[in-house]
Design a protein. Structure first.
Length: 354
């Protein structure tokens, strides 16, 4: 592995108190190219532009997948990467669906460790801070034939981050547009999934909502996701989340919350959830909480859900499960409690820097 260190860090030029999400990048990036049927050598270079010709295939056919990950600092100033092996597996699952060659584990895991060790200072220990990690692969061959590319680039970049949203959000149930269809690529983190969601989300924003609840593509009767998050409902004494299918992303935060909830004695159900069930639960007073989970937001309470002209206002609870589970999750992520699940890994550097 070749590592070229930036001649001067940009760290001291950043105002972390006003940090916008996803627009400030750390000093270095990892790049690995796929050509002639194999992945080549890994390089870590100063963050900067990459060369791309107008005929680059990703620009024409959207053959691209990505991941979202986070790292946190503990009290010893060590960087803890959260569930990196699960993100590695999911990236390759997405890659297979998009006809992209899988990334070998040593390239992903060792490269990630090296990159994070090099940019460790960009991850702040203070409450609310983390380092967001974006691995992605895209078709890089120069060709406008509608076919799988012969060349690809694998890149990892990182961003220092604070909160994605405020303390809670308002959402609206979407009935016209569809995030993903059965048999499609909804389960994959394909770039095009997100591009297709921007227009209906922008319309929702214009009407005062932070995000939309996506429903099934056939009848728009069943709830699938909320914006870029998995969604949860506390009905009575049960915590319910839509069961996974090929149009729902298998969230790593979702899986973590399921484990933490079950181990806390909470009754968790993964099953099909209808819009009518949520309306009935609200009207009967049984709908206690609604929240979303995802890498960027961790766990975010939802303060209202609007369906057509009906607004369901969700009052904050003193015994909020979303807050309890978020605290437990973040305590593991920041190394404040023993990680009995083996979810966190320290970034360890082994390569020499030139």
């Amino acid at each position: 592995m070749k590592i070229k260190k930036a001649s001067q860090s940009r760290l001291n030029t950043i105002d972390f108190s006003t940090l916008p999400f996803g627009t400030v990048f750390s000093d270095h990036m990892l790049i690995c190219n796929y050509k002639d049927g194999k992945w080549g050598n890994v390089e870590i270079l100063p963050y900067g532009p990459i060369e791309m010709n107008p005929g680059t295939q990703v620009l024409h056919y959207g053959q691209s997948v990505f991941e979202g990950m986070k790292a946190f600092k503990n009290t010893k100033n060590e960087m803890l990467i959260f569930r990196k092996y699960e993100n590695f597996k999911r990236l390759n699952k997405s890659a297979v669906r998009l006809s992209i060659p899988e990334i070998p584990e040593d390239i992903f895991i060792k490269g990630l460790d090296e990159l994070l060790a090099l940019d460790s200072d960009w991850c702040k220990f203070e409450d609310g801070y983390s380092l967001y990690i974006r691995p992605f692969i895209f078709a890089s061959a120069e060709c406008v034939k509608a076919s799988s590319s012969a060349e690809y680039k694998f890149i990892i970049i990182t961003c220092p981050t604070k909160k994605y949203y405020g303390d809670s959000i308002d959402i609206v149930i979407e009935e016209s547009f569809t995030r993903a269809a059965k048999g499609g690529v909804g389960f994959a983190k394909a770039a095009g999934n997100y591009a297709a969601s921007f227009y209906p989300t922008k319309q929702a924003n214009a009407n005062g909502f932070h995000q939309v609840i996506w429903t099934d593509s056939i009848e728009h009767k069943y709830i699938e996701e909320a914006g870029t998050m998995n969604i949860w409902f506390r009905i009575g004494d049960k915590l319910i989340t839509p069961e996974l299918n090929d149009s729902i992303l298998e969230g790593i935060t979702r899986d973590s919350i399921i484990r933490l909830a079950e181990d806390s004695g909470i009754n968790v159900e993964q099953r099909r959830v209808s819009v009518s069930e949520i309306l009935n639960a609200y009207q009967s007073g049984e709908l206690k909480e609604v929240f979303g989970t995802g890498t960027a937001v961790t766990v975010i309470p939802i303060s209202s859900v609007t369906y057509r002209k009906d607004k369901m206002t969700i009052e904050a609870l003193e015994d909020s499960l979303s807050i309890q589970l978020k605290q437990k999750l973040q305590a593991i992520q920041k190394g404040e409690v023993k990680d009995i699940y083996g979810w966190t890994h320290k970034a360890a550097s082994t390569a020499s820097i030139i």
